[in-house]
Design a protein around this ligand. Sequence first.
Ligand code: SF4
Length: 441
Amino acid sequence: MVYKVGMVSLGCPKNQIDAEAMLKKLCDAGFEITPYEAEADVIIVNTCGFIEEAKREAIDNILDVCRYKAEGNLKAIVVTGCLAERYKQEVLDELPEVDAVVGIGKNGDIVQIINRALSGEKFCTFAEKTQLDINSPRMLSTPFYTAYLKIAEGCDNCCTYCAIPMIRGRFRSRKTGEIVKEAKQLVDLGVKEIVLVAQDTTRYGEDLYNRKMLPQLLDELCKIEGLKWIRMLYTYPDRITDELLDTMAKQQKVVNYLDIPIQHCNRNILKRMNRTGDRQGLIDLLKKIRTKLPDVTIRTTLITGFPGEDLAEFEELCEFVKEAEFDRLGCFAYSEEEGTIAAEFEPKVDKQIRFDRAETVMNDQYTIVTKKNRLKIGTSQEVLVEGYDKYIKMYFGRTKHDAPDIDGKVFFKSDCSLQTGEFAEVKITDILEYDLLGERI
Ligand code: SF4
């Protein structure tokens, strides 16, 4: 009998890549991968678990697939990913409908694990985090023209509020040769855009080659014929070097897009986060980046309501956001995570105030984004065509300024039919909240 496997993958692209590696192993072992949960014999819920909200989403998804067991076809539920790695046996104790809980170090044994779960066993299985094979071949779950590419796993930055180092382990780079080999395979499959991910992409190579090697990696990737866009996510402000910026300026294929989570701008708050810098230092960094890369798009992430954040420090953050004028920004209310250093910090900021502050920042950012988007009216942009919306009768896609899954889109009319995955030149005619409107030229 050929068993059907469903996969629900949550959280970040790094976790998605782990899911793709498990799917490849299962497919090679003769399982059928199905997108329809209702017909699955076993469902893997590949969880995220680094903050409260993500944990809730993971549990909701697990409880959601449980109904297929009640309805009869589903035989087993397997929980993998960060929630499983972080809470281990507790997941099985709290959720008796679950059949297996798998630590990230055991992803490689997913075929045996699924067979054990299908045979009716209930169990947990874990191994050293470093057992996670970060070179494992994958079955892509992204659209054919774009793919995430993990260049390292784990993190050594140890921000006081963050649970990721204790979930994912120490920072470990992949060998450059392995990354380039996989990138070539992706391009052979039709991938045009590769998005480099890690918890800190700018630390790439420090462990393996005793130096920062991201610029060299980019140079190697740029040699790949057929690859159009190379994008980096999760860079660390302290590790944005002149060498990296010069490589971005030199290499056409490397899109001028920098995702730099900075979390805050106040020196004291950053210090208590075990991060460095201050407002002026960050403004100077942005100035340097924009001088070297005039058309650069800068994305960031901020946290409001970190323990001890008083009104003055929050107001400084708001002024900084207005001064910095990020192109893309996500702001999250602080979530104390058990086992992290900051969870013990006092005084705590009232939960509602944390959310109100995040909302204030996002409202200010909305004004900045719409102002910047209006400046794009009348310009022409190269757009990666992602599809056609038959309801609004428009094509949609992304420019090099838009990362997949997290940024806005361009919706545009075209007098000729276009293929998904091709590039089109689009004149921007208007804006719609975070998105752009246009027509093909
Ligand atoms: S750099 Fe990111 S992943 Fe690493 S500890 Fe800090 S917040 Fe967590």
